[in-house]
Design a protein around this ligand. Structure first.
Ligand code: ZN
Length: 139
C-alpha cells in the first residue's frame, strides 16, 4: 500500500526567516552551490541525510558514492516517496530536478549515468541536506 506523504506547505517568508541566505537560495530558489564546496561531499560516516527545510529523511549513507562531479551523489533515495521529480528545461538542457516530496525543497538533479546498482546518479546540494549520524547501540 502506498503511504501518502504529509505535505509541508509554508510561505516564502517562513523559510526566509529560518534558513541562511545560501540555504534559502538553493532550497527555495532552485540554486546550486559551488562544486566541491559542500560540507557533505566527502562525508563517509554512516547515517541518514535529511531535508534541510523539513527534516524528512531523503538519502542513506549506504547509497552515497563518489561520482567526482563535485556534489554529494547517491544511487537511490531512501524510498520511493521521499523525493519527487520535475522536468527542468533551464540552461538549454533537459534534466530531472529532484525535490523533497514533503516540503518541495530543491535538492539537485538526477542523471542516468550512475553506478551499475541503479544506473542513476542523484546529484544533491550539501546545503539541501542535514546529516544525522546513525545511532550505534552500545551492546
Ligand atoms: Zn523537505
Amino acid at each position: 500500500m502506498k503511504t501518502e506523504i504529509e505535505k509541508v506547505s509554508k510561505p516564502e517568508e517562513y523559510w526566509r526567516e529560518r534558513l541562511s541566505d545560501e540555504e534559502f537560495r538553493v532550497c527555495r530558489q532552485q540554486g546550486t552551490e559551488a562544486p566541491f564546496s559542500g560540507k557533505l561531499l566527502h562525508n563517509r560516516e554512516s547515517g541518514v541525510y535529511s531535508c534541510t527545510c523539513c527534516q524528512a529523511p531523503l538519502f542513506q549513507s549506504s547509497n552515497k558514492f563518489d561520482s567526482g562531479c563535485g556534489w554529494p551523489s547517491f544511487d537511490a533515495p531512501i524510498n520511493d516517496q521521499a523525493v519527487r521529480y520535475l522536468e527542468d528545461l533551464s540552461h538549454g538542457m533537459v534534466r530531472s530536478e529532484i525535490r523533497c516530496a514533503t516540503c518541495d525543497s530543491h535538492l539537485g538533479h538526477v542523471f542516468p549515468d550512475g553506478p551499475p546498482t541503479t544506473g542513476e546518479r542523484f546529484c544533491v546540494n550539501s546545503v539541501s541536506l542535514i546529516f544525522n549520524n546513525q545511532q550505534k547501540s552500545g551492546d
